[in-house]
Design a protein. Sequence first.
Length: 262
Amino acid sequence: MTALNRVEQATGLIAIPDSVDKASTPIVSWQHGTIFSPEGGPSHAIITVPDGEGIKISDNRTVYSSSAETLFNIALFAANRNFVVTAADYLGDGDSPVEQSYLVKQPTVETMVSQLSATDVILSALNIRSDRLFVDGWSQGGLNSQWLTQKLQTLNVPVSGGAFFAPPTDPLALFSDQATVVRTSITTPPGWALPISGLVLQAYEYYLNLSGLMNTAIRPEYQNLMKSILSDPGLVDWIKTNNETLYFNKDFRTDSGALVDP
């Protein structure tokens, strides 16, 4: 696939029930919520691991899941209703070697559309005919599902139904709240807000060619902390105990409303 004039490698998951109706089967396109580790992508929803490191599902197979949301959708739609479930690893997730395309529309949409195209190719090779398409997403995936549905409309691809749960419909407002709020015991944002701000800064810098954005936004004494949070989001517990600290540069906070729309 291509993203912002670059060719990128993308991965994903397709779950096909053993009892699928090859003559007429629905497809659910699932979009996952925010993750900080690439291993949380859908392609890692079910991986085979050595005995003792996961759940033993047969005499010769033990599995582990690092994407519980995706596993739930596989159980709900594929195992329970015989739907095909397809789910993209957004760029930066799964086995993708680049930064996360977090809340950046164009590369995210291209990834999801490419996943659907790959699904069509695989189903055709297996002589499986799809008759309906549903779009489903949670949190970040709720917004991504809305973006995908918009794109499919422009491509004249019919969507039979959609469910968009808890989407951040105004991503810049979500980010600006974190960048401008004065932290007190009453107004402290949730612990996940700062890592999400880091994902936004990292994605904008990489995909929108805003070189130096992270260094412009974050006070120098906290730049290493932000980088550490992106690799170890467990540090949010430390953040919660330091809730009167402002991590963003004053000038960036004052002008945060002027951020570009992705």
